[in-house]
Structures are given as structure tokens and as C-alpha cells.
Design a binder for this molecule. Structure first.
Ligand SMILES: [Zn+2]
Length: 532
């Protein structure tokens, strides 16, 4: 087993990928190195904390022919893990490549590649029929690899093609998952990325991840911008590669986690890397172009590596949801992708750990956060918890941290259960955004009391929570309901929800809440309700 998962959050994970020349901690982004371009060197990039590279096998072949080297590590002057790409990108861009699938395999074995890719056939923006033909070809080549490969110590990558056609992606992922690749990849998103079609990218990753073996790392090809890395990781991508750091630099484009700037539009560098601390944007304009490209490329790599670190820290903390949500506000199209992402909450919930993370407080902001997998999990459990509570008197109390709430609820619950002996007749439930209903005995379990929500709720959240409460109450068929309505926070929504599901609803309004001296009267009222 070459891949070990250390930490998880949503479908994202921190893992250890063992190669024969060292371990790579994932999520990881391989900088693309062109050994024939001296603008930026392996040494420069290593200095930023990268410890593995990717280079194109066509460059390696040229080096084998023109230079006196046989090993890709000698060519790059780097002894750590090197991944080679098989030329599929050239196939996508130029429509042809002068290497056969068999040669690509043999060459990668011969040059000492540690992670190698079969020569797949990218689908790009072709017709449906052509995409299907290319995927069949890729599957054939993937099967053939099992017969022609000789070196078992290389990690082989099986690329899922078919984008943008989702059913072809599904077909390809199914076929490849029957073959024992060490790493799976998702191909062709470059054209999707160029058109900012992040929604389609979310679909492609989601479909692939639901099919590919969960224990294997997944590489997303051509997704080398910091802006969309958090969402891709949260969906389960472990590996990335980027040539964009240098391509952007050559076009004077400066990467940040929230978008790309043209150099001429920058008055200030919004970054504190060693380059941005030393220079002002105006100084860049006066430099010789090769130095400028080099410095922007180094900054771009810094932006990428620091984004990966922020994502890892979010996974450790269990705050990846908050981070993806925050980053998705960088661009309207990225926000559209976030809306798609949150629809896959059941998939995310299956992979999201149920254990308490490093930092246990969850932050909720608005309606979208109701789709957070930890909330989805509570809704699933809630159905089981409530399944044997039919036809009782329900006491619904707003959940609220601090005093006087906590003392009051503690006293009330004690009195209720002292008076009514067991919960066969009466049940106390807390209600709140975003968890809707919380049985009192679960209050305190993570994350049902370890969260922060805004003091004022947006209208959609009020409507959503109230209608979900109404749906749950319909299942419970309560005999009577005593509702403590926090009117300031909830308005009339919950009263309406309760009245839809029960004929007898007694409502206490905000000003009557938490009055200790009224406890005896309350118990009297409850006795009347229970006894009908
Ligand atoms: Zn910088």
C-alpha cells in the first residue's frame, strides 16, 4: 500500500504517498519543470518547499537523444520523486503526438520515472461520439499496460477521460477502477478551467470520486490555480500539477488565492513572500523581461504552496467547509460551483469524519451552511432518534448558549422528568439554526453545542429550518406542543410550522422565556396539556 490517509475533512484528506524516492505529503501540487527552459530551476522551486516535480516525457526523450543523460533525475539535477507526463497534453493541444502508447510506457520505465502516466487520449472539447471513441482507446491502453509494464516499483497513473460528457466520465472511471492503478487521475479540465466552468469541474470530480477506489490518491490534471484548489481538495482530489505558474508569469499575470491580477493593474502586491516584500509592482515594469518572468513565477509558486498549506491546516482543524465557502466568494463562477458542491452533501457526509476535529467550534453563517455534511449527518440520525416518540407532548425550546438559558433549561428538564417520571408522555427538544431539532439528551455531544451562528438569521434559513421542523413534527404526530417561541429570532415561522402538524399548540413568547419563578406554573400547564 503506497498511500496512507492521516487526516480527513469533508472528502478532503492529508495523506502520505510513498514513492521509491521519498514520501510526498498530500494534498500536493507538482510544479511542471521544462529542463530546456532555464528561467526557473529545480533549486529555486525546492527553496519554496516543493519536494517532487513533474516533467514531460517528450522533453525527457529529447534529452536522451541530445544530451548525455539516461535518467530523469540526472536531467533535472534532483534526487527526489519525479513524475512524468506521457504527452497527452500535447495530444490535446496539437491533436497529435509522435510517440506510441508502448513507447511512452517503455520510455518512462527507462528514464527512472517514479510516478508514470499511460499515454491517455484526452477528450477536450470534441463531439460526444469522438469523446467516446477516445475513451475506449484510453481504456484499451490502460488494459494493455498491465501486460507490457516491467517495473513494479513505479507508481502508475490511470487517467479518467471523457469530460465534459458526464456519462462518458462515469463509464471511463468504472472501467479503470477494475484495473489496479496506484494513482487515478481526472483529465481534461484545462479547457473547462479556461472558460471558468467550475460547475462542470465539480460534476466531473464528484462522478469520478464516487466510482474510483477510495483508498487510492486522485490527481486532477491541469488545475494549477490557487483559487479552486480548496474545493477540488474538499471533493477528494489529492494531487495537482501546475505549469500555469510560469505560463501566467510570461503573460505578466500574478496569482492570488482569490483571483489573477495583470501586473499593470497592481499598485501594491497583496502578498508578503520574499519577492513581494522586496519589490513594488512599478519596479517589475522596469526590469528585463526574463528577470520579471522569473520573479512573478516564483511568487506564483509561493501563492500555490501557501494555499496548499492553508488547505491542510483547514483539514487539521475541521474547518475546510468554512474555507471552501470563503474562497468561493472570490469569483461568481466559483460561487456557482459552490452551489453545486453543497448539493453533493450526502456524498461529502459519507466521507466526512464524525470524530471531533482539532478545533471543535463550527461557524455557520447563512442558508448555504445548512448543507454542511455535519448538519446532513444530524438530520439522518434525527430520524432514528425521533422514530419512537409518536403521539407525545413535545416541549420545544430555542437552543441558546449561556445564562440564563442553561440554568433555566436544566431546572425545567429536571422538573419535567421528576413530575412525569419518564419520557413516554413528554419530550423536550431544543430547536435552532442549523440543526433544527436537538433531543435534550444529545445537547453537549459534538457538534450540537459546539458551534456559533449569527444573532440574526437570514430569511431563507428561518424558512428552511421551520419547514424542516414541520416535516419532522408531521412524522412524530405530537399530541400537544408547548412552544417557547423566540419571536425576535424566528418570527412566526415556527408557530406556523407547529400548528400545521398538531391541533393543540400552546405558545409562550419571548418575554415569558427563562422565568424561573414561572416554573411551577409551567409544570401545571404541562400537566394539563399531557392529561388533555
Ligand atoms: Zn508574493
Amino acid at each position: 500500500m503506497s498511500f496512507e490517509v492521516l487526516d480527513k475533512d469533508l472528502a478532503g484528506r492529508i495523506g502520505r504517498l510513498k514513492t521509491r524516492r521519498g514520501t510526498i505529503e498530500t494534498p500536493y501540487l507538482f510544479p511542471v519543470i521544462n529542463p530546456f527552459d532555464a528561467t526557473i530551476t529545480v533549486k529555486d522551486i525546492e527553496g519554496l518547499g516543493f519536494n517532487a516535480f513533474i516533467t514531460n516525457i517528450l522533453h525527457v526523450r529529447r534529452a536522451l537523444r541530445e544530451l548525455d543523460v539516461v535518467d530523469v533525475h540526472d536531467l533535472l539535477g534532483f534526487s527526489g520523486p519525479v513524475m512524468t507526463d506521457s504527452g497527452a497534453y500535447q495530444l490535446l493541444v496539437y491533436g497529435e503526438v509522435d510517440i506510441t502508447p508502448e513507447e511512452a510506457v517503455a520510455l518512462q520505465e527507462r528514464c527512472g520515472s517514479d510516478i508514470a502516466v499511460i499515454l491517455d487520449y484526452p477528450t477536450g472539447m470534441t463531439s460526444y461520439d469522438e469523446a467516446l471513441r477516445r475513451v475506449s482507446e484510453t481504456i484499451e491502453r490502460a488494459r494493455a499496460l498491465q501486460l507490457i509494464k516491467n517495473d513494479e516499483t513505479i507508481l502508475w497513473v490511470g487517467p479518467v477521460q471523457g469530460a465534459p460528457y458526464i456519462d462518458i466520465v462515469r463509464h471511463c472511471a468504472k472501467q479503470l477502477s477494475t484495473l489496479d492503478f496506484d494513482i487515478y487521475a481526472i483529465g481534461s479540465p484545462t479547457t473547462i478551467m479556461e472558460t471558468y466552468n467550475y460547475e462542470a469541474l465539480v460534476d466531473i470530480i464528484y462522478v469520478s470520486k464516487t466510482i474510483l477506489p477510495l483508498g487510492k490518491p486522485v490527481h486532477l490534471f491541469g488545475a494549477g490555480h490557487p483559487m479552486m484548489l480548496p474545493m477540488a481538495v474538499a471533493l477528494g482530489c489529492d494531487l495537482f500539477d501546475s505549469a500555469s505558474y510560469i505560463i501566467y508569469a510570461k503573460e505578466n499575470r500574478y496569482m492570488t488565492p482569490y483571483g489573477t491580477y495583470r501586473l499593470q493593474d497592481l499598485e501594491y502586491f497583496p502578498c508578503s513572500c520574499s519577492i513581494c516584500s522586496k519589490y513594488a509592482p512599478q519596479e517589475f515594469n522596469e526590469m528585463p523581461s526574463n528577470l520579471r518572468v522569473r520573479l512573478i513565477a516564483l511568487h506564483n509558486l509561493y501563492a500555490l504552496v501557501s494555499e496548499i498549506k492553508r488547505i491542510k491546516q483547514s483539514i487539521k482543524e475541521g474547518s475546510l467547509w468554512e474555507y471552501v465557502s470563503l474562497r468561493s466568494r472570490a469569483h461568481s463562477r466559483l460561487f456557482s460551483a459552490f452551489l453545486k458542491f453543497k448539493k453533493y452533501n450526502s456524498f461529502l457526509e459519507r466521507l466526512d469524519p464524525s470524530t471531533k476535529p482539532l478545533i471543535s467550534g463550527l461557524f455557520f453563517y447563512d442558508y448555504h451552511d445548512i448543507f454542511r455534511p455535519k448538519v446532513t449527518r444530524h438530520f439522518k440520525r434525527l430520524k432514528n432518534c425521533l422514530s419512537n416518540l409518536h403521539e407525545r407532548t413535545l416541549v420545544l425550546i430555542p437552543r441558546n448558549d449561556g445564562q440564563p438559558f442553561e440554568n433555566f433549561v436544566e431546572e425545567l428538564v429536571k422538573k419535567i422528568y421528576d413530575t412525569f417520571k419518564d419520557d413516554k408522555e413528554i419530550k423536550v427538544l431544543l430547536y435552532d439554526y442549523p440543526f433544527c431539532l436537538i433531543p435534550i439528551e444529545l445537547d453537549g455531544f459534538f457538534p450540537l453545542s459546539q458551534y456559533e451562528a449569527p444573532s440574526k438569521l437570514d430569511a431563507l434559513s428561518k424558512v428552511y429550518v421551520s419547514s424542516r421542523v414541520a416535516r419532522l413534527l408531521k412524522i412524530l404526530k405530537p399530541k400537544t406542543i408547548l412552544l417557547y417561541n423566540d419571536v425576535e429570532r424566528w418570527g412566526e415561522h415556527l408557530e406556523v410550522a407547529c400548528k400545521k402538524s398538531c391541533n393543540i399548540v400552546k405558545v409562550l413568547r419571548s418575554k415569558e422565556l427563562y422565568a424561573m419563578e414561572d416554573l411551577e406554573n409551567l409544570i401545571h400547564l404541562l400537566r394539563e396539556l399531557v392529561e388533555g
